[in-house]
Design a protein around this ligand. Sequence first.
Ligand SMILES: Cc1ncc(C[n+]2csc(CCOP(=O)(O)OP(=O)(O)O)c2C)c(N)n1
Ligand SMILES: [Mg+2]
Length: 676
Amino acid sequence: MNTNLMNRAADNIRILAAAMVESARSGHPGGSMGGADFVNVLYSRHLVTDPDDPTWFGRDRFFLDPGHMSPMLYAVLALTGKYTIDELRQFRQWGSSTPGHPEFDPVRGVDNSSGPLGQGHTMAVGCALAERFLVARFGETVAHKTYALISDGGIQEEISQGAGRIAGYLGLANLIMFYDANGVQLSTDVDAVDTEDYAAKYRAWHWNVIEIDGNNPAEIDRAIAEAQKETKRPTLILGHTIMGKGCVKADGSSFEGQCSTHGQPLSKSGADINATIANLGGNPDNPWVVFDEVEKLYEERRQQLRAIVAERRAAYKAWADANPELRNEFEGYMAGRIPAIDYQSIVHKPGSATRTASSNVLNYLGHKVGNMIVSSADLANSDKTDGFLKATKAFTTGDFTGAFLHAGVSELTMASVMNGIALHGGLIGACGTFFVFSDYMKPAMRMAALMELPVKYVWSHDSFRVGEDGPTHQPIEHEAQLRLLEEIRNSQNRPSLLALRPADAAETAVCWDMAMHNDASPTALVLTRQDITDLPSQSGNRAADAEQARRGGYVVINPADPQIVMVANGSEVSLLCEVAERLAVDGIAARVVSMPSIGLFNEQAAAYRNEVLPEGIRQFGLTAGLPSTLRAIRGFDGKVYGMSRFGASAPFKVLDQKFGFTADNIYEHVRAILTN
Ligand SMILES: Cc1ncc(C[n+]2csc(CCOP(=O)(O)OP(=O)(O)O)c2C)c(N)n1
Ligand SMILES: [Mg+2]
């Protein structure tokens, strides 16, 4: 390896990164400049991608955790030919391909969106797991490495605990993570907040830890090569780096290692931008240059990659020709094909809890869908994802022939690992816990919504009817939060989340079908702990009626000339059906509407929405969440009976009485509305 050339290339990245931040008048130069040596060695010597087919499934992946180091990523990707200098000059501008923090764009070599520290490297864990899952089924012909870069911020984030534990426990030897330990973070030096021994910590999680000078290309190169040979453990390359490497003041004295270079243009930090560019061997009058020898280095790498990839593709083809069935299966997975599933053939006991119905579906999927991974944060037998587990087995150290991830008690990690699985491609990920603990998953859920990843969330124990466990375990405002995400539109002009709260077993099966076919956004299934009376059927075939859930909301009980339309979802719908029966005895015709997804209902044509919620007829809503949950329904302006307090610890039938979720009480409410 030509060390001078490697240093020159890293300096080229530093210059471009500094220039980008300078021209945008905002951004983060210091960290980018310190990490430049690692990405340069990685991209010019190790990372295997196809220069002519950026989304080739066999490519190595690179997950950037600190999204603020985007200038470093864009600069190295510019050297590989994925961005032009003009695009670098548009850094952070409206409509540019170089936003402030990287946004998932595999064609451009951006394997993940990053920004909330900690999630980037956790997604890498999911990606590495997905790769091992496929290798366990199809062999090394589909293998690749997953690289990640983490910084002080990401390693301090709590999620790193889960990611480190899970990767170490599973023995994800295909995961190679560089820790950019520059001793500086946003507002202080690291030693003002943290004196942890990270090498010891990751070793305790059974990682292979290699400690190096992270600005020394020869040491970086050796460490990566060593990590690639590891067969049992993930590797942490703990690289001591220098924040703002190469920064100088106007008088030429060093300005390295300064916290002030974290998040502002160098010219504002105390360094001198022109002197720094000159110090790095660039031209202050025109820093927007790829040096000839660096251009040549990356051109040579492109040629090498073409040869490496041609060999890998030939090996894949030989394997595929020898194994036509496996090939079909693998290519079906990668193309997102799912087998035909007859959801109506899945048998549910009458009056099942929706979590039990979900379990039945998951068991069926476990037998039919070969590319699905399900996980639970230590609640599999309560959230009933164990229905899936019963059809397969859990992953264990070095064994990826199963399809169930016991994530341990780490909801955020689990959700972020699911994002990584989805980012890899070819696999369907679902994860479960109690609905109340969805709070611990929101940051990853939000990233899934933003990246439009089709992760499925299975949330059981969906209301105060959790009962005796009390208010810490009883979701109140949670559904309203999901409905807020349903209101945000994604790049496909679709709701950024599909949130489904089915009303009985038949609806649960339809909702699972919708979830499996929704590849435009994540899907949430919000399920009951307690048994539910199946909804009455208009047609005599409840399963067929429930198909209407595909429109987000539909009429369940439909007497002629209704005086009131009553709307709910989940367990409240069957209660409304009971109320409707009582009203009928009084001669009052009440329509009941089930609305498993408000966001999806709002997407329907006005004609359909008016059919369900006709103008001029009184309306009433019932929810075990906040009343505002239902106010998002287009065309709904009725009174809502809901919760306006935290729950309480008592048997759920007592809570129903105390909180007024009884047919008697709701009946009185509706009568009062009709007489007003
Ligand atoms: C979850 C989250 N919290 C806070 C931030 C704001 N933030 C951006 S970078 C950073 C810390 C920077 O330290 P480090 O990761 O070491 O980067 P460096 O300063 O070395 O570039 C913080 C707190 C964030 N991006 N994500
Ligand atoms: Mg740092």
